[in-house]
Design a protein. Structure first.
Lengths: 401, 117
């Protein structure tokens, strides 16, 4: 067997010891010397010497048997013992080194595991904060708005602070803008839910507390929508939904808008009707046509959409006169006609898409025909046909001329 | 005055004599001592205190090997045998010895008055 052939060689190489025990070596050496001594005695006896005298003579000639025996024992096992001791010490040192390294490795792994656990706990805590309504614990920085704050200027400062890595300051200004911009400038409505939220998201990527704060605001709005205070005005609740939808869109969470609207549909249909306009985009994206159709009020909306189509078809002047109460500026004259044309096409096609999607194909076909009759426009016709085939329109801001 | 027959061994010659004694076959320690004594014309007497350490040392070096057997008197005895390395070592030591003897002989035969021959 290989083990039988190999093992003795290996063990002999790694552990070069006499296979005999020290006691066996001593016994064999003594036996060998005593044999020699007995032959000496016999040799003397053969010369006619009396046994006792021969023994005495032999002992005298032989010398110190014990001393010779010890000499031989040392030779047989002496350096092997040294080698064995050196090897033993080396093995012990090796074991101690391995043990120390293993202990250190184990300690490092423990530290790593603890760090991972802490990170995991931190992440879990963060996700719980986002889903269960977190407390307001974002880092704060001392910043006071000017006496006459300009929301646009503060928005710009927030962008500059983000670029300059003054993140806490940028967040403080973002929070002020979000809360107060509309108090100072109604025109910020669109900017606030589009460009401004986009800037906040950029800040959040670089500075996680900004994301936490945005999520806190999102949850606060949701709570205000679902459990309004008794004396809360409907318009404030509507604004909360508007803000909530805007934040969800900026966080790519439009499914949360759909979920909240479906909940309102069950709990408070009257309020759902008020905020439907803010949820419509998310509902269409989720193809919730029946829910849309329930709140669209097509008989009221579609005639007005037809009027707008007719106005746009009549030309720029008529359109500007219809949509603007004052004399148009040069910029409005340049950009508004195309923007409004795009919008009215989108609105009409959207209505047709909802009705068709809700299973009312005949009515959808009729609405599409009526829209085409108002404005002989190839782009509009294409969008209406797509809507009839289940493809809702996507509103696109026309590029500048 | 030199003692007869207990002529002292020259330094380093014991190993060579032991190896030589085993050229004729296996022997136990007593037989080795007897062989050297007889072969030297009873001029050399190996002391046991030198013989056995030498045997064990040579065995450790691999020049001889041993095994237990039964002696001519029917007693358990340890027998030694020359190994291949031992034969080579004997040649080396014999040559060195002859060279040393020749050198010593040349010194002894030189005329101290006339300088080196």
């Amino acid at each position: 067997m290989i083990r039988n052939a190999l093992w003795p060689r290996l063990s002999g190489w790694f552990w070069p010891s006499d296979s005999r025990s020290p006691q066996q070596i001593a016994a064999e050496v003594r036996e060998e010397l005593e044999f020699h001594f007995s032959l000496l005695v016999a040799e003397l006896e053969s010369t006619g010497m009396a046994p006792e005298a021969a023994h005495e003579q032999a002992a005298k000639k032989f010398g110190d048997l014990d001393q010779y025996a010890k000499q031989c024992e040392r030779i047989d096992s002496g350096d092997r013992v040294i080698i064995r001791r050196v090897l033993s010490v080396a093995c012990l040192l090796l074991l101690a080194t391995c043990g120390a390294m293993g202990y250190r490795l184990w300690q490092n792994q423990r530290v790593m595991a603890e760090m991972q656990t802490q990170l995991l706990m931190a992440n879990t805590s963060n996700s719980q904060l986002s889903s269960n309504g977190p407390s307001e614990t974002t880092p704060s920085v001392s910043w006071t708005p000017p006496e006459q704050p300009n929301p646009t200027a503060i928005h710009r400062e927030m962008q500059d602070d983000t670029r300059a890595r003054r993140y806490a300051l940028a967040l403080a200004k973002a929070e002020w803008y979000w809360k107060h911009a509309l108090e100072y400038d109604d025109a910020q409505t669109g900017v606030r839910l589009s460009f401004f939220l986009s800037d906040w998201k950029k800040l959040a990527v670089l500075y996680p507390p900004a994301l936490d704060r945005l999520r806190q605001i999102q949850e606060q709005n949701r709570a205000a929508i679902l459990s309004p205070e008794k004396d809360s005005l409907s318009i404030i609740r509507s604004q909360s939904f508007f803000d909530y939808a805007g934040i969800c869109e900026s966080l790519d969470q439009q499914e949360r808008v759909v979920e909240l609207f479906a909940k309102l549909d069950q709990q408070d249909p009257a309020f759902a009707k008020v905020v439907y306009v803010y949820a419509e985009g998310a509902l269409l994206k989720a193809k919730k046509y029946e829910l849309c159709e329930k709140y669209l009020d097509v008989d009221d909306k579609f005639p007005r959409q037809l009027v707008e189509l007719r106005v746009v078809a009549a030309g720029d002047e008529a359109m500007l006169k219809h949509f603007l109460r004052s004399e148009p500026t040069a910029q409005q004259r340049s950009s508004l006609p195309r923007l409004m044309a795009s919008r009215v096409r989108h609105d009409a096609a959207k209505t047709v898409a909802i009705i068709a999607g809700a299973g009312q194909e005949a009515k959808a076909l009729e609405l599409a025909d009526r829209a085409k009759a108002e404005w002989d426009d190839a782009e509009l016709a294409g969008m209406l046909d797509a809507a009839l085939n289940g493809v809702p329109p996507v509103f696109k801001v026309p590029p500048p001329r | 005055m030199a003692r007869q027959p207990d002529t002292p061994l020259l330094q380093g010659s014991l190993d060579m004599l032991v190896l030589k004694s085993l050229m004729g076959g296996t022997k136990h320690g007593y037989a080795v001592a007897r062989y050297i004594h007889v072969a030297s014309g009873e001029a050399l007497q190996i002391e046991e205190g030198s013989l056995y350490p030498a045997l064990h040392r040579l065995e450790r070096r691999g020049w001889i090997e041993s095994e237990w057997g039964v002696s001519e008197t029917n007693r358990k005895a340890k027998f030694y045998r020359l190994t291949r390395q031992g034969r080579g070592q004997l040649k080396v030591e014999s040559a060195a010895w002859a060279s040393a003897i020749a050198a010593v002989t040349r010194v002894l035969s030189a005329d101290p008055q006339g300088g080196a021959p």
